[in-house]
Design a protein around this ligand. Structure first.
Ligand SMILES: *[C@@H]1O[C@H](CO)[C@@H](O)[C@H](O)[C@H]1NC(C)=O
Ligand SMILES: *[C@@H]1O[C@H](CO)[C@@H](O)[C@H](O)[C@H]1NC(C)=O
Ligand SMILES: *[C@@H]1O[C@H](CO)[C@@H](O)[C@H](O)[C@H]1NC(C)=O
Ligand SMILES: *[C@@H]1O[C@H](CO)[C@@H](O)[C@H](O)[C@H]1NC(C)=O
Length: 392
């Protein structure tokens, strides 16, 4: 500014006058060109030049700031350059997803996926593979060896998704597969909390099967591809691998049988089952290592309660999601796992009244089970009552 002022002052008055006039006409000429240009281009392009410039500017800003920043470019939708009566022609398609009725159906993408994309090149060439199956583990870093062994039992046909409950994620990059995996980190939450928030059926819609597994499973005798083959062969919509009978109480249904590929029914202690086709004698798997088909998951997701985070009682209600349940729910015996019972998440509790943290967690689990049962039976009764009153 200082240099500019001084240079004008040092010239003769006539010269500086000429300079000012020239500058003035230069500016006016530029302004007129600026006015004309968008009009000329409008006959060729549906987007006006000023918008293209704005997008280009935003792009430069975007690359400077890095990929984490967001851009806000306003697009005048439907602007074809004339005063088209667009705003009053609202599109209203009732069959569109809720909230998207104003959009032309051709642009609506109601479902998504978890496939990773790159930031450059043609979008159509982004994906070199489209895994058909999804496996999620809810993990703490202390269990990394076990998870590493488990992940290796899942082929490249699987998307790997880890839910971290201890806040440690970058440490996992010591494993090569971790760099391609998806990591979701929220402290001290449970598998079903994550599943409800991050596995919406519309988000995982590309996957034929979804494994929602705990971190303490021994997978030495398990192969995921073989497992999927058996699940398809026997028409299982909801399943789990057989559990090697070990110490502690296990349901008869989920115990591995050595003499077959799959079983769908069992016998329990006298009086435990009202009918041979209901849990825990049939139509039943546990919540530690369930596998859902896409359709079954679409139903089960809706059944998961936002406040009941441990999922207790869910196993007894799974049968409500498939029909006939005693044929579509089962245990795969020839691909089996060992439940190692590491009280990992239990230790993430908090000690109350001097009690050990895991005791508080266990009490909450039981409480949730009874709340879930009560809610379910009330909801069913209310529905049936309404049906009765409206059908009359
Ligand atoms: C632009 O709007 C005019 C006036 O409504 C319409 O007649 C014309 O078909 C539109 N052109 C395009 C390409 O949409
Ligand atoms: C715009 O369209 C609406 C309904 O289609 C019509 O009532 C209105 O007169 C139109 N306005 C103009 C300026 O063409
Ligand atoms: C992945 O899936 C394809 C198609 O179903 C199959 O041919 C291939 O063998 C699978 N990969 C592995 C490692 O099993
Ligand atoms: C509904 O009606 C059926 C018979 O029509 C009856 O058996 C049943 O108990 C009724 N349910 C309720 C909740 O009122």
């Amino acid at each position: 500014m200082g240099i500019f002022t001084r240079s004008i002052v040092s010239r003769k008055p006539n010269e500086s006058m000429r300079l000012i006039v020239t500058t003035f006409f230069g500016v006016v000429f530029g302004f007129l060109i600026g006015l004309c240009f968008p009009k000329l281009s409008l006959t060729k392009f549906s987007l006006s030049t000023s918008i293209l410039t704005a997008i280009d500017f935003k792009y430069t800003e975007y690359t400077k700031l890095g990929p984490s920043s967001s851009t806000h470019v306003s697009h005048p939708v439907g602007n074809n350059g004339s005063s088209a009566n667009v705003t009053l022609r609202k599109i209203w398609v009732p069959s569109n997803p809720r909230g998207a009725e104003r959009l032309p159906p051709g642009i609506v993408r109601a479902e998504s996926d978890l496939y990773l994309r790159r930031l450059w090149g043609k979008p159509s060439e982004d994906l070199t593979s489209k895994p058909k199956y999804l496996v999620t583990f809810t993990v703490g870093y202390d269990q990394r060896k076990n998870i590493d062994a488990a992940v290796k039992k899942f082929s490249g046909n699987f998307t790997i998704l880890l839910f971290h409950y201890d806040g440690r994620t970058t440490e996992w990059d010591e494993f090569e597969w971790s760099k391609k995996a998806i990591h979701v980190s929220v402290r001290r939450q449970t598998k079903w909390w994550y599943a409800k928030r991050f596995l919406h059926p519309d988000i995982v819609a590309t996957y034929d099967y979804i494994f929602i597994w705990d971190e303490d499973l021994g997978v030495e005798h398990f192969n995921a591809e073989e497992y999927i083959k058996l699940v398809k062969k026997h028409g299982l919509e909801i399943s789990q691998p057989g559990l090697e009978p070990n110490k502690g109480l296990t349901w008869q249904m989920t115990k591995r049988r050595g003499d077959r590929e799959v079983h769908k029914e069992t016998e329990e202690k006298a009086g435990w089952c009202n009918h041979p086709h209901v849990p825990p004698c049939a139509a039943f798997v546990e919540i530690m290592a369930p596998v859902f088909s896409r359709d079954a998951w679409r139903c089960v997701w809706h059944m998961i309660q936002n406040d009941l985070v441990h999922g207790w009682g869910l196993d007894f209600a799974l049968r409500k999601c498939v029909e006939p349940a005693h044929e579509k729910i089962g245990v795969v015996d020839s691909q089996w796992i060992v439940h190692q019972s590491v009280p990992s998440l239990g230790n993430q509790g908090e000690s109350l009244d001097g009690k050990a943290p895991w005791k508080g967690v266990r009490e909450r689990c039981k409480k949730e089970w009874s709340i879930f049962q009560t809610r379910f039976s009330r909801a069913e009764k209310a529905y049936l009552k309404e049906i009765n009153s409206t059908s009359r």
